[in-house]
Design a protein around this ligand. Structure first.
Ligand code: SF4
Length: 89
């Protein structure tokens, strides 16, 4: 799984990345990219790599991220009928 990352110091805000990858990048009123806040879908990965490769300031990159961990399951507790002391051991 990959996500797009912008180096805001390097970016000059001309918006080429939005032209190359409009499915995931739009521009703000000043021309700086607004990146979709999600993983790059597999069918757009090659387009995302191309946008990163052609950025004139090398300000956009495609970074691998690990998928989110599944939610932890609650601990199983031993059920005891009401009024019965729990067995130990
Ligand atoms: S192409 Fe590169 S420099 Fe131009 S707006 Fe996109 S990230 Fe910034």
């Amino acid at each position: 799984m990959n996500e797009l990352h912008v180096d805001w110091i390097a970016c000059d805000g001309r918006g080429l990345c939005a032209e190359l990858l409009p499915e995931l990048v739009s521009v703000d009123p000043w021309g700086y990219p607004l990146i979709a806040d999600a993983a790059v879908p597999a069918h757009l990965e090659e387009h995302a790599r191309r946008a990163a490769r052609l950025c004139p300031r090398l300000a956009i990159s495609l970074n691998a991220v690990s998928p989110p961990e599944p939610a932890a399951r609650p601990h199983r507790t031993q059920w005891t009928p009401a009024g019965t002391p729990a067995r130990r051991g």
